[in-house]
Design a protein around this ligand. Sequence first.
Ligand SMILES: O=P(O)(O)OP(=O)(O)OP(=O)(O)OC[C@H]1O[C@@H](n2cnc3c(O)ncnc32)[C@H](O)[C@@H]1O
Ligand SMILES: [Mg+2]
Length: 197
Amino acid sequence: MHKIVLASNNAGKVKEFNRLLEPLGWIVIPQGELGVSEAEEPHGTFIENALAKARHAALATGLPALADDSGICVHALGGKPGVLSARFAGEPKSDAGNNQKLIAELAGQPDRRAYYYAALVLVRHADDPQPLIADGICAGEIVDEPRGDGGFGYDPHFWLPAFGKTVAEISTEDKSAISHRGKAIRALVAKLQEAGL
Ligand SMILES: O=P(O)(O)OP(=O)(O)OP(=O)(O)OC[C@H]1O[C@@H](n2cnc3c(O)ncnc32)[C@H](O)[C@@H]1O
Ligand SMILES: [Mg+2]
């Protein structure tokens, strides 16, 4: 049984993590329920930001902490929005604003390739010298017209050619099976098992 604090304030992520980890016997407590403030995410890489978020939550709670830093990288935009995905259109964070800006920046652009990336970091305590790290990628294409109301963030504009649907149109089970976050969680769980944890 693993009791961990989930170092995220994103309701969409919290739902996905609960669905994936609770069947494995994990007790996942979102940091908001424990009064943890939002961590700074000042770094230029996903992995560094995930480590900062995990450490921050572990320090504040004394519990093991799991963080996810993720985003969408668009080929024609040189990998943008990348680590700035949550705040692409500025403050306050807004999925609608971010999607609008993404579509505007891609106007007239025939190359629609993009991928989602998630870096996960699990620390057993704030000074853990060996954080467990896993990541995952999910490739697709950006479509101008939003479709579907599942998922969160950029999902209504993220087209999956293999499904003929956007991520917001597929089931939660299918999203878990193919998403960057689903893949990263399965890799993390495998590492934990390998380490006998
Ligand atoms: O930092 P926390 O508190 O976890 O919440 P956040 O939303 O700020 O999370 P990030 O800093 O990791 O930024 C990730 C952004 O990337 C986008 N994103 C990540 N995973 C996604 C997914 O599965 N579907 C759609 N958009 C996603 C979405 O805009 C997120 O806000
Ligand atoms: Mg964030």
